[in-house]
Each structure stands twice: as C-alpha cells, then as structure tokens.
Write a protein that binds this ligand. Structure first.
Ligand code: S3P
Length: 446
C-alpha cells in the first residue's frame, strides 16, 4: 500500500487518538496475571497489541472482546498453560520482551517468533537478567536475535543494574520478579516510561520506587480491576508536530495520556517556539487530559541526554519538526534508534536528504539544518510505522507530491492514520475546527 500526500495549507482540528500502545500491552498482561475478571476499555486494536492478546490466549487466558476496543480478561492468577505452537509476536518488541519476563517463571518451554524486522532486534538485554534469575533463554538467531526459546522454572530474585534505559527490559524483570521469592529490583541509567510501575500500583501491588530503582515483592498477584487506556501521546505526536510547525494552526488533542515520562515531546516543541498547554482531567492510574497547541515559525533546538528515553518514539517526527525549524537541530545520545523497527537514524537521514534537507548522521544522533522548503519525494516506510507516519507529516509541508510506500506497517500502532491525515489536511478549509473522534478514525482489526 502507499499514500499520496499533498501540502496542507492550514490546520484547525480537535482530535482523539487511539489507545496507548505501551499501556494496552500492559493492561492485557497484568489483567491476565490478576486473580479475576478485568474489563479493559480504550484498548488499542492495532496489530502489535493484538499480538499480545493472541499470545495470552495461547497461554490459556480467556479473553472476550465485546467491542473492538474493549476486552474482558479472565485473569488466571499467574498460572498459564503451555502453548501448543510458537507464539507469534509479529512486529512487536514489547510483546516479545515483556512476555519473556512473564514466561520465565512458568514451568514449561515457549518459543517466541517475530516478523523479519523483530527477528533482527536484540534480545540479549532481556536474556541477561532473566538468565540471572534462573530461566533458560536461547536465541536461535545470530547475535542473540529471535526466535527465542524461554524455558521457565523456579526463579530467584535479583538486584539488576540495567545497562540500557529501556522500559521493556525493566518491565520484563519486574514481571519475572512477581514469580520469584524475595524482592527483585531493577535500576536503570535514566528513567524510562513507568507504565508498568503505575499499573502494578493501580492493580494493588505496590512497587517501591527509589530514584532510578524500582522493586517488587515476589508472590503478589494483581487484584482484578477495570482499566481505561488513555489515548497514545506517541500517536498524537504526528498531529502535534504538524500543528506546531504551521504558524496560525490550532490543534486540540482530547483524552490523551499525559504521563510525564512520555510528554518530552511537548517540552521540545515548546522550546522550538510552539505554544503548548496541558489540561489534566483525571488520573486513572495514569495522568490523562487535553493538549492544546498553537503553531509558530519553529527554531532549532538540542535533544539529548536524559530527555532521550522520554522522546524515543517521537524522534522521527521531531526530526521532521527540526527540518521545518530555522537553524541546526542536534539530536545526541540516541543510539537506541538504530535497533528499533528499522535503523531509524539511517532512515531519517536518508529520507530527509531525499526531501532536500542537509543532515549529518552521527553514531548516536543527527544534525539537521532546517528552514528551507521541503521537496516532495517518494519514500519507503522501510517496514517501520513511525518512519511512514513521520514522513507523511513531512509531506504536509513539501512542495509537490510526497508518496510513502509500504504503509501496511502503520497498522502495528495506528490503524486509520491516513484517513485522519486527509481530514487534518483539509481542516483549514473550514471555519470551525474539524472534530475527529476515535471511533470514526479507527477501523476494527480482528
Ligand atoms: C516501549 C518501550 C520503548 C519504546 C517502545 C515501547 C514499551 O522501547 O520505544 O515503542 O512499551 O515498554 P525500549 O524499552 O526498548 O526503549
């Protein structure tokens, strides 16, 4: 599939985005370990999260799906049955890594497989701590790449210093820790998203947090709870950047997750000159609310250090913002981008250059000199949803047509993205803000 994108003259919208991907995965996993039925609403019906749902079903969990975005999950108290075939994690690193943590304490072997992109992603980062806990993990691919065999069994608690700031690693260890007698701790070098910690707390297990260290006590099980998944700030990011870089534009995002470990994008766009306001409505275990943004002539900034884990998934679209901003933006300490769904540093550099933007690619970052008009180009997604969507946003600002090829991958996180893009592009033609609700923008995937 491909998209044809023309320039967007003006933007005035009010948008609801689909459920948060990270939180949707965790809601299914924690509900499955809980001791009774849990209702999850606002679940992201995307391929990645459906991979997690199918995996939990393959482990014997009964999950009803009365509507595409609501689930009734009958928690098993943490006892699962051995899968009768491979567990297919599709494109989803979160599924493979978090499930490995869960399976480490189960008395059977599972084999986790993924698509060609996931099969190139590093698994050593979870194999190391889970092996220290006593599970036997074997990667069949070269350099500890998937497929991954997890032979679970009795675990022992560990106090783990993670070399990477990764919420997936932290979560895998904490999930395994629930099955290990004693206290399991993880310390990360920089704070990564804390959804697992918040959700454990919401489900009645109090992890102890001391700075960058978080600990759980083994043996505890989540209590059954109903949960509403907030909108995904990483999906909102595409519209937020489109609005931020259009002087005179106005955009409101409703019902979106505003967890401070995920809103670094708003701080970056503010530094670049956009006017951003956050309104907190309620806290359902997770902060949620509304973001208002007004566009401006953006200026360059620096993104690096502790901010990186907070904006890790937004860097492709922030690189597009940099291309539209006057001056040279530097991104550093972002080597993790090389091991995402594709090598995102190489993808961003190549695609921006194809649009006429001067870019210097570094080992762990980019220097992007923005401000000149973008040229339309034909660009491939490289199988990476965020590359496809980020460059679709770039297309809204380019002279001439932009074509994005290989766009099927967008179903991993944002089914319906292109329909929303079309509405956003035409929103400036209307006097009133174009209101885009989630139900109408999100096609149901099975
Ligand atoms: C995620 C954590 C991040 C992020 C990914 C989702 C999660 O990955 O990039 O899209 O849900 O825990 P890392 O933990 O590898 O940084």
């Amino acid at each position: 599939m491909h998209w044809n994108i023309q320039k967007c003259p003006a933007l005035n919208c009010e948008i609801e985005v689909p459920g948060d991907k990270s939180i949707s995965h965790r809601s299914v996993i924690l509900s499955s370990i809980s001791t009774g039925p849990c209702v999850v609403r606002g679940f992201l019906a995307s391929e990645d999260c459906l991979s997690t749902m199918a995996a939990m079903r393959a482990l014997g969990v009964e999950i009803e799906r009365p509507t595409p975005t609501s689930l009734i999950i009958h928690g098993t108290g943490g006892k699962f049955t051995a899968p009768t075939s491979d567990i297919d994690c599709g494109n989803s690193g979160t599924t493979m890594r978090l499930l490995s943590g869960l399976l480490a304490g189960q008395p059977f072997e599972s084999r986790l497989v993924g698509d060609p992109s996931l099969s190139k992603r590093p698994m050593k980062r979870i194999m190391d701590p889970l092996s220290l806990m006593g599970a036997k993990l074997t990667a069949e691919g070269a350099n500890q790449r998937p497929p991954l065999r997890v032979q679970g069994g009795p675990l022992q608690a560990i106090d783990y210093q993670s070399p990477v700031a990764s919420a997936q690693v932290k979560s895998a260890v904490l999930l395994a820790g629930l099955f290990a007698p004693g206290v399991t701790s993880v310390t990360e070098p920089v704070l990564s998203r804390d959804h697992t910690e918040r959700m454990l707390e919401y489900f009645g297990i109090a992890p102890v947090r001391e700075g960058l260290k978080v600990s759980v006590k083994g043996g505890s099980r989540p209590e059954p709870r109903d949960f509403r998944v907030p909108g995904d700030i990483s999906s909102a990011a595409f519209w937020l950047v489109a609005a931020a870089a259009s002087p005179g534009a106005h955009l409101r995002i409703n019902q979106v997750g505003l967890n401070p470990s995920r809103t670094g994008l708003l701080a970056v766009l503010t530094r670049m000159g956009a006017r951003v306001r956050e309104f907190f409505q309620r806290d359902h275990g997770e902060p949620i609310g509304t973001v208002d943004i007004e566009g401006a002539a953006l200026k360059a900034t620096h993104i690096g250090g502790k901010e990186i884990p907070n904006v890790i998934d937004e860097l492709p679209v922030l690189a597009v913002a940099a291309a539209l901003a006057k001056g040279t933006t530097t991104i550093s300490d972002a080597g993790e981008l090389r091991v995402k769904e594709t090598d995102r540093l190489a993808a961003i550099a190549g695609h921006l250059r194809a649009m006429g933007v001067p870019v210097v690619e570094k080992d762990d970052g980019l220097e992007i000199t923005g401000g000149a008009p973008l040229k339309g180009a034909t660009l491939d997604s490289l199988g990476d949803h965020r590359i496809a969507m980020a460059f679709a946003v770039a297309g809204l600002f380019a002279e001439g047509e932009t074509v994005i090829t290989g766009t099927e991958c967008v179903n991993t996180s944002y089914p319906g993205f292109y329909d929303v893009l079309q509405k956003v592009r035409l929103s400036g033609d209307h006097r009133d803000a174009t209101v885009i609700k989630m139900e109408e923008s999100l096609p149901a995937l099975d």
